[in-house]
Design a protein. Sequence first.
Length: 170
Amino acid sequence: MEALQRVVSAFPAEIQSSVASQVADCLVAVVCQRLRFRPELNIRLPECEILMLSHAVKNFIRNREFFKITSSLETGSDHGMWTFQRYRGWLEGRKNWFIPGQTPEPPEGEPVEEAGSGAGLAPMAPAPKPPPAETSPRLGLKLPGRPAGGRIEIEPTEGEFGKILKRPGE
């Protein structure tokens, strides 16, 4: 995963090991995607590479051994990892596609429901209505749940950021 190596190497050399540790602790997964045109379907499909961070992968990142991540990715299908090649093979094996503009067909294995086939089911309660919305004249926005004529004032307070932005001599 070159992207991880680029992130870590973007920092000065003296802090790269701590950046690598922080990246290893923070990441859950890395998803890379590229779009491929399928002429027989006349659509673009995503091809993905998915790296789930296992303990081994986190250790490779911490130790900056990025070249070892590839082998973990190739053998990590039981952890939910996908290589571009394996994902492409899965895509080529798919036969049932939803293409916009065509009549939708239910996915394989799902029964087709007919209109009015909810016999024996209790009727659903209607959803509660939201409170009336008020229009903010200044912003032209609808503000849900505000009582009519209610006014909210926010007093400006000067925080640390405001002190930093003051010009010299003020």
